[in-house]
Design a protein around this ligand. Sequence first.
Ligand SMILES: [Zn+2]
Length: 174
Amino acid sequence: MPLKELDCSNCGTKVRKRISEESINITNNPKVIRDVIEGKINYSTCPYCKEKINHKTHVLLTYLDPPRWIWIVDKKHQNPGYQEEFFKTIIPESFEGLIEQEMVFVEFGEPCNCLQFVLDEKQPQTCEEWLGLGKLLTGKKAIECYKNALKIDEKIPEAKKLMHQEMDKLKSYS
Ligand SMILES: [Zn+2]
């Protein structure tokens, strides 16, 4: 594993860490799935000020059969433009269509129960669950979740607001 120097964004302390560059295969790996949901991956704590330091902007989790790639990305990149550009550059053209790719946006170091709807492929049941899943996604997939939340309860202002925000982001990108 390559040694990488990380800077604490709060106090500037440099931390050297061995960081895996590879993707994590999560097929039959419930421990890793649990760690991801509990927010235990991809960060260290600054030894001086205790601020969280992300190791990488994203982590790739993979299922082997059928091939499915799930990119867990730092929330600061959550917009449809980032996702589309990323997918364009990351996958060789010959693979296009063969691998199902998804992107979810998280705050590394924070637990996120709604990730179970992506990693365990549980279907959200309630309005709040659809809303929670939508907040992890961007673009059409996020809009789809907010619509599903509104199908259950058409009066949630938060779902409407987020849906329109996401539609605006999509418009300004394309
Ligand atoms: Zn620090």
